[in-house]
Write a protein that binds this ligand. Structure first.
Ligand code: ATP
Length: 299
């Protein structure tokens, strides 16, 4: 059973800088969550508090109903893999695996070995001497093989090439299906991983602006494709996030759901409706607010 995570009123500051400002949410155990936010929005800060690496100035984090901070039994249920390089003081790759095994009752040594082969990580090499991509891949190995009930990856793919990243996503999904647990992954590579996420959280300037199932979030936007003039007429008055044009064909990305009547009108006008990229919605939901910005964003 994966424990639920309950977060309430989290506030974290670094001197004058407010990294988290009243963040609260509940995560049901046993899902893969995507944590999205622009640079400096507070993702690392949030994961650090969830993983008991940092104490918040205010608020609570409960995992399985128990506070996470200074609670070794609860903290051991979590595994936070931070950006590459943090394991560099550990010694060799074999040493890193040894410490992980000592620390975690859920550690799966055979799986770790298999993952080392997949990512072609040399076992005897010093972690500090690994390339950035290999250090990240080692982080991925440590996170996956931890089999921790709450496993968190904080942009753990830094420097990993595309084949390695896709191997990571594939392994994560396969292992998650076999052994469901709670996974939280922060990322900027939204389109690459979005199909993994069952639910998405977006934070912006230290505040949670959205928590929604991926499918529902995708439903918040629609692409409208067809002859330029028809599309122009159809989207007049709607919030258009972006456009693509090929010759006289235009594809406009519209924010907001279209009701049955509008959908009917689109079909009657020979327009094609389709999904829009999560990345575009994300950019829209976290864009710096302009004085003339449209209504209804971010909640
Ligand atoms: N050690 C620190 N000292 C001072 N300010 C910090 C420190 N760590 C983070 N901050 C500030 O806290 C805010 C949140 O930073 P955080 O690293 O959590 O964001 P992030 O979403 O993980 O960013 P990124 O995507 O760039 O990694 C930022 O304004 C950042 O400048």
């Amino acid at each position: 059973m994966s424990p639920d995570i309950e977060v309430s009123g989290l506030r974290l500051t670094y001197g004058e800088a407010v990294a988290l400002d009243g963040v609260g949410f509940t995560l049901t155990g046993g899902k893969i969550y995507g944590l999205l936010g622009r640079n400096g929005s507070g993702k690392t800060s949030l994961l650090s508090v969830l993983g008991a690496f940092r104490r918040a100035d205010a608020g609570t984090v409960r995992i399985g109903g128990r506070p996470v901070f200074e609670n070794a039994a609860v903290a051991r249920q979590t595994c936070l893999i931070r950006e590459a390089g943090e394991a560099s003081a550990i010694g060799t790759v074999n040493d890193a695996l040894y410490f992980a095994e000592v620390l975690r009752s859920t550690w799966d040594a055979a799986y770790a070995e298999r993952l080392l082969d997949i990512f072609e990580i040399p076992r005897r090499k010093n972690v500090a001497a690994l390339s950035l991509g290999k250090r990240s891949a080692l982080g991925v190995v440590l996170g996956l093989a931890s089999r921790a009930p709450v496993t968190m990856f904080d942009e753990s793919y830094l420097g990993m090439d595309a084949p390695s990243r896709y191997a990571f996503y594939e392994e994560l999904l396969a292992d998650f299906m076999a052994r469901p647990r709670t996974v939280i992954m922060s990322t900027h590579l939204i389109e690459e991983v979005s199909s993994l996420f069952e639910e998405i959280l977006i934070i912006d300037r230290g505040r949670l602006v959205l928590q929604e199932e991926s499918e529902a979030l995708r439903g918040r936007g629609v692409s409208v494709t067809g002859p330029e003039e028809e599309v122009g007429r159809f989207v007049a008055g709607l919030t258009v996030l972006g456009d693509k044009r090929l010759g006289r064909t235009r594809s406009a990305m519209v924010y907001g759901e279209l009701d049955a009547e509008r959908r009917g009108k689109a079909r009657a006008a020979g327009l094609e409706l389709g999904p829009i990229a999560l990345q575009d919605l994300f950019v829209h939901l976290t864009a710096p607010k302009r004085p003339d910005a449209g209504p209804g964003e971010g909640s």
